[in-house]
Design a protein around this ligand. Sequence first.
Ligand code: PEP
Length: 253
Amino acid sequence: MICSKIFNRKKPILIANWKMNVPAIEWLPYIIKLKEDMPKKEATIVVCPPTVYLSEMSQNTADTDIRLGAQNVSQYLDGSFTGEVSVHMLPEIVAFVIVGHSERRTIFCESNEIIAKKIKLVGDAGLNPILCVGEPLEARTKTLQATYLRNQLYKSLDNFTFWENLIVAYEPIWAIGTGNSADIDDINTAVDVINDVMIELNPKAEPFIVYGGSVTPKNIAMYKEIPGLKGALIGGESLDVQKFLKIIDIYCY
Ligand code: PEP
């Protein structure tokens, strides 16, 4: 099933990152419910399931407004890389690829240099990379948030050219899965840095920024009011389809 890779950058986007959750017998009921109850809104709705579900899920979401994304991709195109999935194995069934999630950076030791390779491959393949950046608690405590983000962005976007496809997700590590969501000041600081760096790297870039980190149906309304944000990336709360539907309903017009 070949899907369109284009998404409307004027509309808000909500991205569900299931991570290594949702058992094999549960994804179909989730998708059926999402299809049935998805509010008719001007929005892009993306589900990023475990890679093995993508193929069958693409058949169940064809002709719907649900778009699919991969949670990760290999830094290599092909060859002897046991357990890896090449970007060339994804394009027909996904439109988005999450790159540089903090769990990949910390647990799987992915450096900015590896992430730069991945993001370039995703762009080359005509897909939309969702580049995750965000500082650890220590950097925030020392008010080094801007310096940390600047460095991550410069190194991760080295040699990148597909600006019109890029989504940057500000995901502070201290906010992911902790219940400590970022406040307006945190986000405004991050949005300013991301905007500045992108314009420095490409004066014609039109940054498209989303926030991720303990987003819930209770706090999503606050993020909707932040002018620099175009959407959210949701982990834990996206596992419950009712909560994801609620977030869509509140965030999107
Ligand atoms: C994430 O891991 O991308 C994320 C935003 O998780 P959570 O919503 O659970 O904090």
